[in-house]
Design a protein around this ligand. Structure first.
Ligand code: NAP
Ligand code: MG
Length: 475
């Protein structure tokens, strides 16, 4: 046996400042709200103080976005808009180390994920959408598609920079201006993105970034001069937003929770499936709306697969997010940690068999050991509710029809995975699974060219790809 030596990334690279201000009409200004303190969930230390928006700041930001839309951005030829968006894409790539370290500090995700997934994919979203800006007439959405106007966007804490990119890039490419609210616990990378946007010389008011809590989000989506609302977060808040915009004529897209089935057939290459299952549920500590949180395994291979899974999961290293050897970082907040622990106790109380990785956990910070529940039945809370943590629920099936019925037995419908050797079975299953994204023999792959979005309580509308443009255009 040998141990990994620590391989920490230097936190100096993050260029952390003691305080951050909001970005309004092209300037960094003090918000009128009570400043918030954002913490490092791996150590519980305060990282920085961040100013937040008041009601009147939201109004000022929407007015600035409206002016920028009317006077500049909404009239600018697509080829010109593209130049700005390309510049943002390049600058995100140039500052990728800084952004990755800052993201890991503020969010708790392992540096190898922020470095290899979050930041490069954020940059890729800007590159991809820059390419569309002058080709919207050819997107297959009808002749002469027009921008909608001002978009109000609210994002969660699980992929702070990446969600900002998912929201901003298509909005800007289509000629809209934006007011964006990052999540309360993870505002920092969005404000560095604001710095990039300022340096890219985007006209003032085209992008405004207002940190704050849920009330700032509610104020923004309820503002009468917003034309489009885009929200990613919980189904509960999504429903409130849907009620608040009903009857207003605002266009709405909602990207909410999920409880994805990852379905493994007996002919699947099991070792490869194990890697996909681990990536499906332990990537980003399981704080992923499309996480493969329900493993459906064919009964004949269930014991073998579970043994292999335990062996593999026991090797995952949980700890310092800035260590390049860390596989599973910190849970984003104490609140989320409490929620995970509560759902795990419900699983035990309802009679599922709990297995917990023997990995050591740090003494401070918010951490949760990778957990697997076997013997889960469909009525249990751990099979129905989104845990949003490193917890896998394992169910079994005998026939493909049963797999489909169980996979679709959920109020959600965001993603699903299929593991089998047979191409025909992949297509048969994909046709029947009610999920916006279906991965075959892989999981959690993200690409700006592929549309992403849900069915049922996972929301509606698509983000990414040609289809995602429609959410930001009057077609
Ligand atoms: P959330 O409460 O829905 O928060 C998402 C965003 O909406 C945050 O920026 C939040 O601000 C803001 N917000 C809260 N209340 C609002 C309101 N009434 N009107 C407008 N905006 C509002 O989600 P959460 O608290 O971060 O997480 C709760 C659960 O949501 C998780 O456990 C998970 O199940 C699910 N979730 C799903 C996704 C996803 O990608 N689909 C992402 C994150 C969470 P604050 O930051 O101040 O709360
Ligand atoms: Mg934080």
């Amino acid at each position: 046996m040998w141990e990994y030596a620590p391989a920490p990334e230097s936190r100096d690279i993050a260029n952390l400042k003691p305080s951050y201000r909001m970005f309004l009409d092209g300037e960094f200004v003090e918000g009128g709200g009570e400043p918030l303190k954002t913490v490092n969930p791996a150590t519980e230390e305060v990282l920085a103080e961040v100013s937040t928006a008041s009601k009147s700041d939201v109004d000022k930001a929407v007015k600035a976005a409206r002016r920028a839309y009317d006077r500049v951005w909404g009239r600018m030829p697509g080829a010109e808009r593209a130049k700005y968006i390309f510049r943002i894409a390049r600058m995100v790539a140039e500052r990728s180390r800084e952004l990755a370290v800052l993201e890991s500090l503020d969010n708790g995700k392992p540096i190898k994920e922020s470095r290899d997934v979050d930041v490069p994919t954020a940059s890729a979203h800007f590159f991809y959408h820059a390419g569309w800006a002058d080709k919207l007439d050819y997107a297959g959405l009808g002749p002469d598609p027009r921008p909608l106007g001002v978009a109000g966007q609210v994002i969660p804490w699980n992929f702070p920079l990446l969600m900002a990119a998912w929201k901003l890039a298509p909005a800007l490419a289509c000629g809209n201006t934006v007011v964006l609210k990052p999540a309360e616990t993870t505002p920092l990378t969005a404000l560095v993105l604001a710095d990039i946007i300022q340096q890219a010389d985007l006209p003032p008011g085209v992008v405004n970034i207002l940190p704050g809590a849920g009330d700032v989000g509610a104020e923004l989506v309820g503002h009468p001069d917003i034309d489009k609302v885009a929200f990613t977060g919980s189904t509960e808040v999504g429903k409130l937003i849907q009620c608040s915009v009903a009857g207003t004529g605002k266009k709405l897209t909602l990207e909410l929770g999920g409880k994805a089935a990852n379905v493994v057939f007996d002919d699947a290459p099991l070792d490869q499936a194990v890697e996909g299952i681990v990536n499906g549920i332990f990537f980003n500590q399981g704080h992923v709306c499309c996480a493969g949180s329900r493993l459906l395994v064919q009964e004949s291979v269930a014991d073998e697969l579970l043994d292999k899974l335990h062996t593999r999961i026991a090797t995952l290293r949980v700890g310092d997010p800035l260590d390049k050897n860390t596989d599973v970082g910190a849970i984003n907040s104490r609140e989320q940690l409490t929620k995970i622990a509560e759902l795990v106790s419900s699983g035990e109380a309802e009679g599922a068999e709990k297995w917990v990785s023997p990995c050591p956990l740090p003494d401070k910070g918010f951490f949760f050991a990778p957990t697997v529940f076997a013997g889960v039945s469909q009525a249990m809370r751990i099979a129905r509710e989104e845990i949003f943590g490193p917890v896998l629920s394992v169910l079994t099936f005998r026939t493909p029809d049963e797999a489909v019925a169980k996979a679709n037995n959920t109020p959600y419908g965001l993603s699903a995975g299929i593991w089998t050797d047979k191409g025909s079975r992949i297509l048969w299953m994909a046709d029947r699974l009610r999920a916006g994204v279906v991965w075959a023999n892989t999981f959690n792959r993200f690409d700006p060219t592929a549309p992403f979005g849900g069915y049922q309580e996972s929301g509606f509308g698509r983000e990414g790809g040609r289809q995602g443009l429609e959410a930001y255009l009057d077609v």
